[in-house]
Design a protein around this ligand. Structure first.
Ligand SMILES: [Zn+2]
Length: 117
């Protein structure tokens, strides 16, 4: 019997998916996974729509048209802004959590960063 290795995911990771509400393919955030590590629900960081996720394929990143400016913790970011983090690479601000905390969606997963320091 052959064992097929399926990719295992965890909450907070990023997957590419077509958002029906935004009508575009974009990075979604995994919000729930099954016991076997398969994605069951994802959320669109742009419009907030959560939907079921069927295919667990990791699609290659498309190069973004906007390269983004280097991440600077002293800057104040707004939702939708892009940045280039020295460690995590290209990211998009999906929400401002607190006056000095932002959620940024990078190519692999969501991360919480500080800003406006
Ligand atoms: Zn959307």
């Amino acid at each position: 019997m052959e064992k097929i290795e399926k990719p295992s995911f965890s909450v907070g990771e990023r997957v590419e998916k077509l958002c029906a509400a935004c009508d575009e393919e974009r990075g979604h955030v995994v919000i729930s996974v099954t016991k076997r590590g398969q994605i069951s629900r994802v959320s669109c960081p742009k419009c907030g729509t959560s939907s079921t996720f069927k295919s667990a394929k990791r699609t290659p990143q498309r190069p973004s048209s906007q390269p983004g400016t280097p991440y600077d913790r002293t800057r104040t970011y707004r939702t939708g802004q892009t940045m280039l983090h020295p460690t995590y690479g290209q990211g998009e601000v999906t929400s401002v959590i607190e006056p000095q905390k932002i959620d940024v969606l990078f190519s692999d997963r969501m991360r919480r960063l500080i800003h406006a320091q």
